[in-house]
Every structure is written in C-alpha cells, then in structure tokens.
Ligand binder design. Structure first.
Ligand code: GLN
Length: 480
C-alpha cells in the first residue's frame, strides 16, 4: 500500500477506485498485527472496522459519503465508544464497557470515519512518557528504547508508524503536542471548550481538551472542524460557530510573531531543539514576517500552578472509581471501608495515587486557600499575561519540549524531571489557548524536534493557516 501523506491524496485514490476504505482497514489491521511490540493499541476492532468500511465503500460508490469517508482513526483509551471497552489505561476500569459514545467520536463516525481501535496511554492521562499505563509502556517507533511521550503515546506512535491514518488524543497539559513532537507528527490542542468533553473520561476538567494527531496540518484542520462545536451534552462547550478550517488554509500574509526568549537562551533546552527553533525564526524572517523576542515573567509559576490545580481536579474526578460502581473490586475486601481502600490501592497505579493524595492535600480545609485558591489566582494572572502579548503579536512560537524523546526509564524515578518535560506545553492549558506542534526538524541522531505555535483563544483558523505555511521542512516519516 502506498503511503499517503495527506487525506486529500487518499481521497483522490478512493474516488478513482485505485483503493477502497476496506483495503485501507485491512492494510492497517495487518500493520497493527506486525507492530504489536510497540504496544500502541490496547484493543483492535477488526470486525467492526471492516463492516463499517464496507458501508463507507458503498456510500463512496453512491456518492453519498461524508467528509471523512476512508479515514481510519484510532482513539485514545479515554474516549467512550458505545459497546466498546474503555479503561483510561487503568486496571481500575477492568472489564468496563462504554454505555454511550463521546460526542467527538460520534461526529467522526457520522462523517464516515472508521474507528479501528483504542490506544494505550498514561493512566487517566497522567504522564509525559506513557510509562504510567497499567498495560505497559509504548515504544517510540524511531528508536524503540525511547519513550513516545505521553500521555497520548499510543496515539502518536500509531500515526508515526502508519498503524492508522490519524488518532484522537487528549491534551490536559501537553498530551497531544508532546508525544506528537517526540514522534515527528502533527498534534493540535484546540481552544478549551472548542470540542465537547462529553464521553471523555475526566482528568482535570478545567484543562481537558480533545485534539487530533495527524500526518499534516490540513488533516488536523479537517478533523477539528468535524469534532468541534456546540453540544447539548456539555454545558461548558462553546457556542461559537465552527469555521470550515480545512478550506481556509491560505496564509494571511505577513505576521508579527513573538518567540519565547528564554526557550532560546535557557541551558535547560537541548542544543538541537534550540537550533530548530532558530532555523524556524530565521526562515520566517527571511519570508518577511516580523519576529520579536518576548518574555513571560510568570513562566516559573506555570508548573506549580498546573500541578496544584490538576491534582486538585483529579482527586475529585477520580473519586468515582470506588470499587462499587465500576471496574475493579478487591477480592480481599471485608467491609465498606476496606472495599474502597483496597480497590483503589490495588486498582490505581502509583502516579494516579500520588496525584490523588497531592490533590486531596491542596483541597483540605487547612490548606485550601494557601494552595488551591492561590493557584486559581495565579492562573488568572498567567492568562492576562498571554492576553497582553496577543495584543502585540499574532502568534507565539517556542519549542514543544525542551528535549527530544528520552530513553525509557530515564525520568520515571524522578518525578520533578518528568514534570519539567511539560514546561512548554502547560501554558496553553492554563490559559485555554489553541496550540499546535509541528515536526520542523531533527537532532543529530535523526530524532524529531517539534515546534509549537500558539494563537489567541478561538484563533484556530489563523493558527492552522499559518501552521500550514510552516510545514514541509521535513517530510512526514514512515517507519518500516
Ligand atoms: N504530562 C502532563 C501531566 O502529566 C500532561 C498530561 C496531559 O496532557 N494529559 O499532567
């Protein structure tokens, strides 16, 4: 099967009949089977996917097919798909089957996409390396001794290794963009509230977003326009109309772009990452754009604020996994108290337990104001800081991650090191702004480097058009 670098090129072949949706599904099923060592998929829906593909082929022949006809998509194991398992990468949801379909997933299905399976991730989205999954780590297909990033690690590797056409991940603090950067693919985090969260297993509800991981910007734009928009089931979702992003990808002329000065000066950022950022800046300058260095004096507060607020929210959101209502129940329990205690201790992994304890602490009566209330205030200041910058510049540019993909096990023993990997991604989640990670270079060993572009809230249309004008320095890469 030939490699399609965009959905548009696949659509041409589908129209001409040189391939079919069923042929695509069979191709991916075969590739998934030959790459099980990457551990990207937790469940593969072979029969369902083939049935759906035949239906789509009939629609293609009849000329009634939807926008995503022929697109074979994998979904992160945090998104509900009725009558299919969902576990959030956790043992505590063992055997749990979705009762309904997430709005985002339903809209993909309604547009005639095919869902091929669910993808491995860090437990309930907590992690940056996919080493916190109850189902074992995912491996980066470029170098299997390295992490794929997280928490949507399985979703990024599935696109990187051509195990499906595109993936749907979730981004609470970088989990779409960071693995996309480590795997050399495109990852888009939409504005908070752009896509309904109905049917997404909650991690930190005021941060969680659903976003596509794709091989090119145009595909990300297309998937976003299908998933986004008002939904009766989620009262927090925006009513703002959804533009046809994929049809508006022509660049808006010369722009003023800020770049995060510290990301180019800091010793904590790999030389190879800085080099790719510098090259990107020089290229944009050469094209006539105005590039200005900008500072974020509050940057040192991003990670503490993020980890106080998200642990608070996760301790509340995960309280529903009590051993009574869903999934795993400890066989050792003798009374109600031990039922809760043992089911949660045995059912949740160490990272989830650690964050629940931290969150319970910051929400406790004696510390609530000192931590939770204060962090809420700092979050507001961080939001105001970025809004001030966006009065001056159209976009902000900086690396997605301070390093390339690191070796498995390197950071799992040092939580602080792992948290630092999120330094450049959490800003967009604290402020609700949209951000995209683009594979714009490589280090000396050939490992991908991701560069991030951030736009003002609901600026996806401009963001995607600008991102499209930037892509193409490196070709999407396929591993064998
Ligand atoms: N690595 C971050 C965390 O562990 C981000 C996770 C995410 O975006 N889901 O919280």
């Amino acid at each position: 099967m030939k490699y399609y670098s965009s959905f548009r090129s696949l659509q041409q072949d589908l129209r001409q009949g040189t391939t079919s949706c069923l042929a695509m599904v069979d191709y991916y099923l075969n590739r998934i089977e030959n790459h099980t060592h990457l551990n990207a998929f937790l469940d593969v829906y072979a029969d369902d996917a083939r049935t759906q593909a035949s239906r789509v082929d009939a629609k293609l022949a009849a000329g009634t097919a939807g926008k995503l006809a022929g697109m074979v998509i994998g979904i992160k194991d945090l998104l509900c798909y009725a009558d299919h398992g969902v576990q959030g990468g956790s043992k505590i949801l063992n055997g749990f089957v979705s009762q309904f379909t997430a709005t985002a997933v339903q809209r993909l299905l309604d547009a005639d996409a095919v869902i091929i399976g669910r993808q491995n991730c860090d437990e309930f989205g907590m992690g940056s390396s996919n080493e916190n999954s109850a189902f074992g780590p995912v491996r980066n297909a470029f170098d299997e001794s390295r992490v794929p990033g997280g928490s949507s690690g399985g979703s990024a590797v599935a696109v990187q290794a051509d195990l499906c056409f595109a993936s749907i991940g979730t981004d609470t603090g970088g989990s779409v963009r960071q693995p996309a950067a480590f795997c050399g693919v495109v990852g888009l985090k939409p504005t908070y509230s752009r896509v309904s969260r109905w049917g997404l297993l909650a991690y930190a509800s005021s941060f969680d977003t659903i976003g596509p991981i794709t091989r090119c910007v145009e595909d990300a734009a297309l998937i976003l326009e299908v998933m986004a928009g008002a939904d009766e089931q989620d009262s927090t979702v925006s009513q703002t109309p959804v533009p046809a992003y994929s049809e508006k990808l022509t660049s808006g002329g010369l722009r003023k772009i800020g770049y995060f000065r510290e990301s180019i000066d800091s010793e904590g950022v790999d030389e190879s990452v800085k080099a790719v950022l510098r090259q990107t800046i020089e290229r944009l300058q050469a094209e006539g754009h105005t590039l200005v260095p900008i500072d974020f004096p509050l940057a040192h507060y991003y990670l503490p604020t993020y980890y106080i607020l998200t642990t608070a929210e996760v301790s509340s959101n995960l309280s529903r996994y009590d051993g009574v209502r869903y999934g795993y129940r400890s066989p050792q329990a003798v009374d109600l108290d031990s039922l809760y205690r043992l089911s949660r201790t045995e059912g949740l992994g160490s990272e989830a337990r650690k964050r629940i304890l931290l969150g319970t602490f910051v929400l406790s009566a004696n510390y609530y104001d000192a931590y939770y209330t204060k962090a809420q205030r700092v979050r507001r200041l961080i939001k105001e800081e970025i809004e001030r910058h966006f009065q001056e510049v159209d976009f902000i540019l900086y690396p997605t991650t301070p390093s390339v993909a690191f070796p498995l096990g390197e950071k799992s023993s040092d939580p602080l090191k792992e948290f630092l990997a999120d330094i450049f991604t959490v800003q967009a989640n604290l402020t609700g702004t949209p951000a995209i990670s683009l594979p714009l270079g490589k280090d000396r060993q050939g490992l991908p480097v991701g560069i991030q572009v951030i736009a003002p809230a609901f600026g996806e249309e401009q963001l995607l058009a600008f991102a499209k004008s930037l892509e193409g320095i490196t070709e999407p890469q396929l591993t064998m």
